[in-house]
Design a protein around this ligand. Structure first.
Ligand code: NI
Length: 179
């Protein structure tokens, strides 16, 4: 089966500001989302953004509705396709949490994120989505939507001593995936 490559940090295509989707429920949009899902599931990711497969559109997918092998203790996030997203923080409180990224394989960093926010946007058919979320769900949405404005999580790390290779930071962690 043909599988799209996930771009890695250093590729300038990850630094672009993605374009809003104008037409919904098209064959091209369904194909894009299906390619993103394949790439995300193959890498056991919790989310992926279109720019990570080189597509310059405001499309992110995240959540599986099931526990994730990379973050087994985390909240279960419903499977979501979110297009043209808008995020509104609902608190000034931030919390540090470990993040990885399919575009930064093998590494983790401690990233401060807003703990509660509202997100809105559209699903693949153009139906409006609006949710208030917190904690891990809020973190995942912020991480994925950052990809749409050319930001990778290492750019959000405040304390660079808390950034490194998974096997060094967490020697007891079951690898479970190639990221
Ligand atoms: Ni990422």
């Amino acid at each position: 089966m043909f599988m799209r490559d996930i771009l890695k940090m250093g590729d300038p295509r990850l630094l672009r500001v993605a374009k809003p989707v104008k037409e919904f429920d098209t064959d091209a949009l369904h194909a894009l989302v299906s390619d993103m899902e394949q790439a995300m599931f193959a890498a056991h990711g919790v989310g992926i953004a279109a720019p990570q497969i080189g597509e310059d559109w405001q499309v992110v997918i995240f959540g599986t509705g099931q526990p994730n092998v990379r973050y087994p203790e985390a909240q279960i996030i419903p499977k979501t396709v979110l297009i043209n997203p808008v995020l509104e923080p609902l608190t000034e409180i931030t919390e540090d949490g470990w993040e990885g990224c399919l575009s930064v394989p093998g590494m983790r960093g401690l990233v401060p994120r807003c703990t509660r926010l509202k997100y809105s946007g559209f699903d693949i058919k153009g139906q409006r989505i609006e949710r208030e979320v917190s904690d891990f769900h809020a973190r995942v949405v912020q991480h994925e939507c950052d990809h749409l404005i050319g930001i990778l999580y290492p750019m959000r790390i405040k304390d660079m001593t808390q950034f490194g290779f998974v096997e060094v930071l967490f020697p007891n962690l079951d690898p479970g995936s190639d990221d």
